[in-house]
Design a binder for this molecule. Structure first.
Ligand code: THU
Length: 161
């Protein structure tokens, strides 16, 4: 028997002011996109913004439903927008932010498990890593060089060949 370890690397910034200009702009777009959320059940508004390899930026937000499982997270909504509007352009970076109407929005958000799976497949499909910029309305920012880092030992298309 052998033990193995998994190491996840990410960078921590004290605030958005420390980010480079392009990442700061993308995070601001994600913050603005929280206004596009339809979240009457959770009051937790998530905004996501992508920078594509052609320089374009797109945004999306979570959309809830009275039948709760029918709701969709901001991240997967964003990938659907990217895929529909720019089907052959890879995503270079995604910023995610949130506004919790019932509390604070001061810690970095992290994509849910289903979104991690979707982000990973989008990276593999486009053959390009997606850099993640995770924040709140204020406070620390985490950046991660690839969404693959968030889903170790993942199940991918290779597994069903
Ligand atoms: N949500 C997202 O949009 N992205 C995440 O990364 C976490 C959760 C949404 C789903 C639901 O509409 C609300 O936030 C509360 O879970």
């Amino acid at each position: 028997m052998q033990s193995a370890q998994i190491l996840t690397e990410y960078d921590v910034y004290a605030s958005a002011e420390e980010l480079n200009g392009a990442d700061k702009m993308l995070l601001n777009k994600a913050k603005d996109a929280t206004a596009l959320a339809y979240a009457p059940y959770s009051n937790f508004k998530v905004g996501a913004a992508a920078r594509l390899m052609n320089g374009e930026m797109i945004t999306a937000a979570n959309q809830e439903n009275a039948s709760f499982p029918a709701g969709i997270c901001a991240e997967r909504n964003l990938l659907a927008v990217a895929s529909a509007l720019h089907p052959s352009v890879a995503v270079e970076a995604i910023a995610i932010s949130y506004k919790n109407e019932n509390g604070e929005s001061v810690h970095p958000i992290s994509p849910c498990g289903i979104c991690r799976q979707s982000l990973l497949e989008y990276e593999e499909r486009m053959k390009h890593p997606i850099r993640l910029i995770l924040g709140g309305m204020t406070g620390k920012i985490y950046t991660i060089s690839s969404s693959k880092s968030l889903l170790p030992l993942s199940f991918t298309s290779d597994d069903i060949k």
